[in-house]
Design a protein around this ligand. Structure first.
Ligand SMILES: C[S@@+](CC[C@H](N)C(=O)[O-])C[C@H]1O[C@@H](n2cnc3c(N)ncnc32)[C@H](O)[C@@H]1O
Length: 598
């Protein structure tokens, strides 16, 4: 397989969730060395997620037609409205698929994806709107379909650019553009329409706004008013905004209920608003995920379609719960994000159950018994191995390494697209420090640094593809999948994508395989046929996990299609190898036999 076949060579400019790292510096980790998984026992889990008494069903009165009859909205005192299963689902079921009310691309993707169907640029390239010169479309069909809303947006973008203090600020941010689209769409659909009612039924935290949210909400409100070009409160009335409180509700509903729009390989490319799926509440140990698999052969057919997919079996009356944040993060980071953005304290079992060791905050046993210990922290420096009870003596080193690692992660993330060489320098230097402090591959910040390093290595492979750089990238990708395996359940789409990426890297033609294959026998990654075999096995695992995470009914999404094609190619290559070896052996045997006869 050629390097260009790697989907991960994408320009993930605004990826805000995870990261990657260089590998020659990372000691090899076996998959069975991963810290114990934090996923929970199903029977116990179900017991917790089933309400003790029947919950009140929320009547939707001619709205939310996208909600299938197998799901129901019910109300609980603790979490408000939530989505509940009325029948049983296996892992990998598409619970619902619907077109979001609004989807908007992040600024850095406006020239790489179509602003109507959110599909990637076709081979022939995207066509730019000649008036605003900001949004792009696949073709005139997408442009025409978008015109009823874009005609307002087009004027607003042009006026915004004229008033911008610098070229950096010439395009409004995605939040402002998304709110503009919501308001123009409401006007188009009618303030009494189901569309508008559904938006207005979404939860607002207006009466309980966190002080930390005041500033960002006020800033967003001012920007939206400027973007709409209104100069008095009266001019907001046609948008259904009759008071300052209405404006706060609009913004609060937006921040509380917005989803990240992702590509089929999970690169965050924008934001989407979908009131029906927004009924789903949060858990750090979710049983469902939201993906955009883009399986339709015609990209303009209703794309982007948001799919809600079960990643665990769900029983009738069980709540369907997704995660709003990156659940590979440690508890205190998750809790802070949920409080600040969504205004609640998570009481899921991952947040409340005392785990002996959380793989997100774990180090290897100081006596190397194979067990793990909780990562020491300033407030709780005492730590011992859960297996052999050995005490961690050098706690300051670990605490310092974690602190410096977090600083390096923040710095390298901010440099990833602006100065990738410096970012890679940082990750290259930081990874060995965290590894020598005994952090497990799933421990924060080693996991996100490994991810960032991997992304940086993949991005630089096209200009420097050598055996060493490829092997280093493979080792990093492998360490990343090992870390993920400890913190995400089987079938989580992030795991499927990471495995697909690793499998594809292993399948890239080796630029200069070692002449003496026996010399390289023990190292990772292997060379030659064993490498192809490993690529094949990894892609089979990826296919199985993608089928769950992106839905069996979707064939595992676009990435699983690519994986299947790679599997077929590898089957042929491996077949050719096996046949070649068989032929050589037969020739050798025939030669021996001839020699004996003579
Ligand atoms: C996207 S909405 C989910 C639907 C919402 N419960 C409703 O009634 O419309 C997000 C909001 O739901 C509430 N929520 C979601 N998950 C929760 C949880 N695990 N515990 C408490 N509140 C939760 C929070 O108020 C959060 O800001």
């Amino acid at each position: 397989m050629s390097f260009s076949n790697l989907h991960s060579a994408r320009k993930a400019k605004e990826a805000k969730s995870f990261v990657k790292a260089p590998i020659s510096t990372i000691s090899d980790v076996r998959e069975d060395e991963a810290a114990p998984s934090s996923s929970v026992d199903l029977a116990e889990d179900v017991e917790i997620r089933l309400a003790s008494k029947p919950l009140e069903v929320v009547r939707l009165e001619n709205t939310h037609r996208a909600l299938p009859s197998s799901l129901e909205i019910r109300h609980s005192c603790e979490t408000g409205r939530g989505m509940y299963a009325k029948s049983a689902f296996k892992a990998g079921c598409v619970l619902m698929a619907t077109k979001p009310h609004v989807s908007v691309l992040s600024t850095s993707y406006l020239d790489a994806y179509c602003s109507f169907c959110c599909g990637p640029s076709p081979q022939s390239g995207l066509k730019r709107c000649t008036r605003c010169r900001v949004v792009h479309y696949c073709n005139s069909q997408c442009q025409n379909n978008d015109w009823s809303v874009h005609k307002h947006e087009c004027d607003a973008i042009q006026k915004w650019a004229q008033a911008a203090p610098s070229s950096d600020a010439a395009i409004p941010g995605d939040g402002v553009r998304c709110l503009g689209r919501i308001l123009w769409s409401q006007q188009k659909e009618g303030l009494d329409s189901a569309w508008t009612k559904e938006y207005n039924m979404m939860q607002s935290h207006r009466s309980s706004l966190q002080p930390s949210a005041f500033e960002s909400h006020t800033h967003l409100a001012h920007s939206v008013v400027r973007y709409l070009g209104v100069s008095s409160p009266l001019e907001l009335q046609p948008y259904g905004l009759t008071s300052a409180g209405d404006l706060v509700d609009l913004i609060s509903r937006f921040t509380t209920n917005t989803f990240t729009l992702t590509s089929p390989s999970l690169t965050p490319i924008g934001i989407s608003v979908c009131p029906t799926i927004a009924f789903a509440n949060h858990s750090c140990d979710p049983n469902a995920v939201i993906v955009f698999p883009r399986t339709s052969s015609n990209p303009q057919m209703q794309e982007p379609l948001m799919h809600l997919v079960s990643i665990k079996p769900i029983i009738p009356d069980e709540e369907v719960i997704t995660s709003y944040i990156d659940v590979t993060l440690p508890k205190h980071v998750r809790q802070k994000e949920l409080q600040e953005t969504y205004n609640f304290t998570c009481k899921c079992r991952l947040c409340t159950k005392a785990l002996a060791v959380d793989p997100r905050e774990s180090i290897w046993c100081p006596k190397s018994c194979g067990g793990t210990c909780p990562a020491p922290a300033d407030e709780d420096p005492m730590s011992r191995c859960v297996k052999c009870k050995a005490i961690v003596s050098d706690t300051d080193t670990v605490i310092d390494a974690i602190r410096v690692g977090q600083e390096a992660l923040d710095k390298a993330t901010s440099l990833q697209f602006r100065d990738p060489v410096r970012a890679k320098h940082i990750t290259t230097n930081m990874l060995p420090i965290l590894i020598s402090a005994h952090l497990t591959p799933s421990c924060h910040p080693l996991l996100p640094l490994t991810r960032l390093h991997k992304e940086l290595l993949i991005a630089s492979l096209s200009s420097s593809l050598t055996q060493d750089t490829l092997d280093e990238t493979i080792r990093t990708a492998r360490n990343y999948t090992v870390g993920l395996t400890a913190v995400l359940p089987h079938g989580h789409p992030v795991r499927g994508i990471a495995l697909a990426e690793l499998g594809k890297l292993l399948a890239v033609d080796e630029p200069a395989p070692p002449a003496e294959l026996s010399v390289a026998k023990e190292r990772f990654p292997p060379s030659g046929a064993p490498r192809l075999k490993l690529a094949y096995e990894t892609l089979l695992r990826a296919r199985d996990e993608l089928m769950v995470g992106f839905g069996v009914g979707n064939g595992g999404g676009l990435v699983a299609n690519e994986v299947r094609e790679a599997i077929v190619r590898l089957e042929k290559e491996l077949g050719a190898w096996t046949q070649g070896i068989k032929n050589v052996l037969e020739d050798a045997n025939a030669g021996k036999a001839n020699g004996q006869q003579q």
